[in-house]
Design a protein around this ligand. Structure first.
Ligand code: NOJ
Length: 514
């Protein structure tokens, strides 16, 4: 049991774009260290940092070429160690991003595995026995190795799939190995060594990239679940406090595998995009959205995941559009009222707390493609390059949002009405009511098709809190006959508890003890 997770509010840092202290146009570890007090002042107690290891950066670092080396552009291993230490000194924790499913084609393991002569790394990746045979159903790399074979890829074509075996190897295809075969076992041991190294340096655990993708031909995830159980058992023995958060999107599987929390994904069946990112999001003052399908799916997964199954709902991340691309100013505050009152640890994507916008029309940077607009540099103040970097603007890794009214921390810091200060208030409310934190229960009492508001009860042994969320630009009403005992929080006015129903104003969020 990793207790700090129960009260954690995460801040996600894309290290490239957070704070540059050596004027090379790209963020660095020192910059993150300098901004720890700011992150803590928002109310965040933990950090997830995107991959920061040596890489040719064909996919922003999700193409690792050395799992043991911090990317020199961010600093040294010692700088990273110092980041952990400085975070701990402020009562914060740091999760690194582990990419166990694939490496870069430049990783030494892959270069060795491309050789015709058999060696220690021959079975490190998923290779067929002939360049003319492609691994069924999987995109692959072929024609660049002296080895006769095709190598499966896990994501982009330059990300060869590490070999953890096939759940049910096809006996007619000798190249498909079982997870218990020596090759897949050696891969797993190699990845466990990586997972030993960083907690040994002070990391508090990992967000695990594509955690459900490791064992191939494993439709029910049984092989991959068993693999992670093996990992968890080793961590429990050697690093019992190391937290594991999965990018999997199926908490019933990931939590069985030993993950502490699973992300709600913006793709697949979650209906997460109905809330924030579609033509008519629920969190818009137009009031034409629908949260009912999201609620249905969310409650189904919660039930499947069981009592301890925590699902994390992010405000955004480096793979999806900025929250502020499809929802407007006040609606952002209401969206945060929802995010900060849901179970599971909330994750705030850097800059979302000030409403940073998606930067339109950018060319793709480091495999970002349409994701690049969500990865632009953090906007600190009104100085050069929004305070992100002292480099000439042309040298910046990604251009700054060019809009003259771009939001900044400086402008919002002293404005009581700003989004930043609303997020601070909401986190403080969450932290002072255990029912609102990760492990408090949730029961939806009003989540009707195409209707507003959304209402739910968060509860634990101490309290029952009614949360009412109305992003629509019109009043809304729902049936509820219990009079509140006290008010915990509201924005946008007051709720009226009249007879058997509750009426709330437009663009409103409220929390009441009932
Ligand atoms: C998911 C990561 O979040 C994404 O950025 C990356 O491109 C893929 N996994 C591949 O690692």
């Amino acid at each position: 049991m990793v207790n700090w997770l129960d009260t954690a509010v995460f801040y996600q840092i894309y290290p490239q774009s957070f704070c540059d202290t050596n004027a090379d146009g790209i963020g660095d570890f020192n910059g993150i260290i300098q901004k720890l007090d700011y992150i803590r002042s928002v109310g965040c107690t933990a950090i997830w940092m995107n991959p920061c290891f040596d890489s040719p950066f064909g996919d922003a670092g999700y193409d690792v070429s050395d799992y043991y080396l911090a990317a020199p552009r961010y600093g040294t291993n010692d700088d990273l160690k110092r980041l952990f230490k400085e975070a701990h000194a402020r009562g914060m924790h740091v999760l690194l991003d582990l990419v166990p499913g694939h490496t870069s084609i430049e990783h030494r393991w892959f270069r060795e595995s491309m050789k015709a002569e058999k060696n220690e790394f021959t079975d490190r990746y998923v290779w067929t026995d002939s360049v003319w045979e492609e691994p069924d159903g999987m995109a692959n790399i072929r024609g660049i190795s002296s080895r006769d074979g095709s190598c499966a890829v896990n994501f982009f074509s330059h990300q060869p799939a590490l070999n953890y075996g096939f759940y049910k190897p096809d006996p007619k295809k000798k190249w498909q190995q079982a997870p218990t075969d020596p090759g897949p076992q050696a891969t797993l041991e190699a990845m466990k060594d990586v997972m030993r190294f960083w907690p040994g340096m002070g990391a508090d655990g990992f967000r695990v990239d594509m955690a459900g993708s490791l064992v191939k031909n494993d439709p029910d995830g049984k092989g991959t679940i068993a693999l992670w159980q093996n990992v968890r058992a080793f961590l429990d023995e050697e690093f019992p406090d190391a937290a594991l958060v999965s990018e999997w999107g199926e908490p019933d599987k990931s939590l069985l595998g030993g993950f502490h929390m699973d992300f709600l994904l913006h793709f697949g069946p979650s209906h997460y995009n109905d809330l924030f990112r579609c033509a008519e999001p629920f969190f818009s003052e137009r009031g034409k959205g629908d949260a009912s399908e999201f609620v249905k799916k969310y409650m189904e997964s919660r039930k499947k995941a069981g009592k301890n199954g925590l699902i994390c709902i992010p405000s955004g991340n480096h793979d999806m559009d900025r929250l502020a691309r499809s929802i407007e100013k006040d609606s952002l505050k209401i969206a945060f009222a929802f995010l900060m009152t849901m179970p599971g640890a909330p994750f705030i994507y850097y800059g979302d707390e000030i409403g940073m916008r998606y930067v339109e029309g950018l060319s793709s940077v480091e495999g970002g493609y349409n994701r690049t607009g969500s990865r632009s540099p953090m906007q600190w103040d009104s100085s050069t390059n929004a305070g992100f970097s002292a480099a000439p603007s042309k040298k910046l890794y990604i251009p700054i949002d060019p809009m003259p009214d771009r939001p900044t921390v400086e402008a919002q810091q002293n404005d009581g009405e700003s989004l930043l200060n609303e997020v601070r208030r909401l986190i403080a409310v969450r932290q002072s009511h255990t029912a609102l934190r990760s492990r408090g229960d949730i029961e939806f009492i009003y989540a009707e098709k195409n209707a507003y508001p959304l209402a739910y009860i968060r509860s634990d042994n101490d309290e029952r809190l009614l949360c009412i969320i109305n992003p629509a630009g019109h009043e809304a009403e729902f049936p509820y006959a219990i009079k509140p005992k006290y008010k915990v929080y509201s924005i946008g006015g007051e709720a009226y508890f009249v007879g058997k129903s509750v009426r709330v104003p437009e663009k409103f969020a409220g929390i009441y003890g009932v």
